[in-house]
Design a protein. Sequence first.
Length: 606
Amino acid sequence: MEKKKKPSHPALDNAVWAVEMLRKNSPAAFFILLLLIPVDIGVQYLGIYLPSLVVSEVTEQQSYSHALLAVCSVMLALLLGTLLKEALGYIQLSNLRMYTHKVADKITRKRLYMFFQTYENKEVRDLGDRADLAVETWNGEQPLTDIVTNLFGVVKNILSYLLFGTVISFASPLLVPILTIGPVINFLAVRAYNRWEYRHRARMSELNQKLYFVQNLPNDFAAAKDIRIYSMVSWLRECYQKLSAERALWDRRMVRYSFISQLAELCIILIRDGAAYALLIFMILQNEITVDEFVLCFAVVSSFASWVGGMMDCWNKINSGSLKLCDFRDYIDYPEEDGSGEAKLEDHLFAAPEIVFDDVSFRYDGAGEDTLRHLSFALRGGEKLAVVGANGAGKTTLVKLLCGLYHPTSGEIRVNGVPVSEFRREDYYRLISPVFQDVRTAFFSLAETVSGAHMKDTDAIRAERCLRLAGLGEKLDSLPEGIMTRLNKKVNKNGTELSGGEAQKLMLARALYKDAPLLVLDEPTAALDPIAESHIYHTYGEMCAGKTSLFISHRLASTAFCDRILLLKGGSIAEEGTHEDLVHAGGDYQKLFEIQSCWYQSEGNG
């Protein structure tokens, strides 16, 4: 049995928080909601009072002109009130939509600024997916704004309950408890359903993620080739059908529990209203109330259920929305991991820095052992250091630690003697120009992609120079719009698509444009052909001039131009020295180099 987890914030606390958020970010929507309460109650009162007024005028044998004036006055007030209510509703809806977009941006900002190691954690990413539900509209419901409107709905229904409860209590005090008990029972049933749904939200979130991934895989150009060539269609269809069936099973369970709660509500309504109407009929037959009082009470009874039920319904919706709002607040309030800010960026930005790994170890969350074990080495200012090793040796993990994307599990990394933890993250990132293995491009122009900024903030001449230095000169010359050409043909009619090697060169150009004092290249030539790779090596000296650089590669011949090489094995430094020293040492590096030499000779013969 799944253990129940208490929500991180009580429903009332979430409701107050949501109201305060609305007041700060959209004062107009807040005050419109306040104004709608008396307007709505006034319209309801006039609608209920009008039939009894007509009966009163007739039974009391008032003059035609008196009756006409009285009825028309109430009808005019009812018309104006209804028009005002509708107008305020439309204005409110427009303001709430703008407010929703503004608050949804908090999730986007959190994803963009969150510490990478935290962002990579599956539990945190799942929390982010659930946080999205608080700002998404589904079946006309949007929890973030609904929790506010429902809180105001509770206030409105309480005021209506007190006002109209006083009216019918003059006829019979029994009517108020008769009309109140039923909705309370219904409230408890609906609350039980909401809590069941909350307990299973994690499983639903995971299932939705998998279903969404399989559903959208056919739209991925990169995957389309593999799906066809490797005959994966049947397998993917089977996965989709299995996930769809599981989701349908959960939907059926949700519908079943929801139906049971609604059936209970229907039975309660029949018993509640039937008892109230029976009492009113008995009272008028006994001449305990007049005809116009009967009409007024009858109308109040018809609406009284909606106020009591509305009170409970709004509170249930507050509870339901609150559970989603808990995830939203937990995500946007997730602790930020930033440096102390004691280190001054300007002291390190204009010269090649020295980097020291001092007894550094790192273990991934949930892993049984360290990926890196007690690494200690110094990367001297202006030095070109290569790190090599088999897949899984820890090379990319080392890069992420150096780039400040991970914190060491133990040990310390220092820049010019200053611990990395003393830099603000944004400041530390400015020290590094990295090129990672994974290449992602968007739909911006080549120039904007290189600069990482709008065109108005881009040095076009510098961007083109970096693109040509990275080996994209021929590509630029072939494009009619040159560096202004936009990427992604799906989005841009005249856009261009880059090959894997071209995209990797584009990322290299971006690193050159940033011109940070520490250059980090993680397999920068993995997608390049031998000729393009050779070009990169020949220009590597120019790229690294005046910088400290770290070069990750699994091709040992590509590391010969580096001043020093570290061979990682099992997360530790197994060998260290120049290319020539390690080849002559007869260790693992020499063995790997001999094996790979066959590839280079084959490429040359080919």
